[in-house]
Design a protein around this ligand. Structure first.
Ligand SMILES: Cc1cc2nc3c(=O)[nH]c(=O)nc-3n(C[C@H](O)[C@H](O)[C@H](O)COP(=O)(O)O)c2cc1C
Length: 174
């Protein structure tokens, strides 16, 4: 392990950073957008829009999503032990808006597909990754949910739906 000398004058306490300042800094990180979804016990689709998705491990194949502890959809998904992550395409802003809000029937206008794994993919997504819940870690006001990949599907065309500075974004020129 490398030894990094820490100045004896280095502050040990964190600076008081307000939520607005924190969000503004985190919002500089551009990402895609996904939907995390499953079929609940009654056979109804349940899901939420999720920015915090990442590929995690190649062997074994793992992905992760971070879910707010206040999510009402997540406990219903967690009970199934499974979920799909659908990576949204540029023309799926309405899907993101519908599933990124709280409501009784968020899927009413959303085209979705049930998988053999009992999960829900969003029709037209760039890719869909079906997972079994592998691990869940508590971290502050979120859960870090790790999924073991069971199956996936990828479209060969289409642009991604991008999110930057708390808003949908156009692709940025190099
Ligand atoms: C663009 C966007 C990105 C979001 N990213 C996340 C996320 O990464 N994690 C999360 O838990 N909720 C995220 N949300 C919020 C959820 O989609 C949803 O609004 C929230 O969980 C409340 O809905 P629920 O009670 O049905 O779960 C995001 C919402 C939007 C609009």
């Amino acid at each position: 392990m490398m030894n990094h000398p820490v100045s004896p004058n280095a502050p040990t306490a964190s600076r008081a950073i307000g939520p607005t300042e924190f969000r503004a800094a985190m919002g500089q990180f551009a990402s895609g957008l996904t939907v995390v979804a499953s079929l609940d016990a009654s056979g109804n689709p349940v899901g939420l829009a999720c920015q915090s998705f990442s590929s995690l491990s190649l062997d074994p194949q793992l992905v992760l999503v971070c879910i707010g502890k206040g999510s009402t959809s997540w406990p219903r998904i967690a009970r199934t032990g499974r979920f799909s992550v659908s990576i949204l395409a540029a023309d799926q802003q309405e899907v993101c808006a519908a599933l990124g809000s709280r409501g009784p029937d968020k899927f009413q206008t959303i085209p979705w597909i049930a998988t053999a794994h009992g999960t829900v993919r969003i029709d037209g997504a760039l890719a869909a990754i079906d997972c079994r819940i592998h691990d869940i870690y508590e971290a502050g006001d979120h859960l870090v949910v790790i999924g073991k990949v069971l199956d996936l599907a990828t479209r060969q065309d289409g642009d991604p739906l991008l999110f930057f500075r708390s808003a949908f974004a156009k692709g940025l020129a190099a």
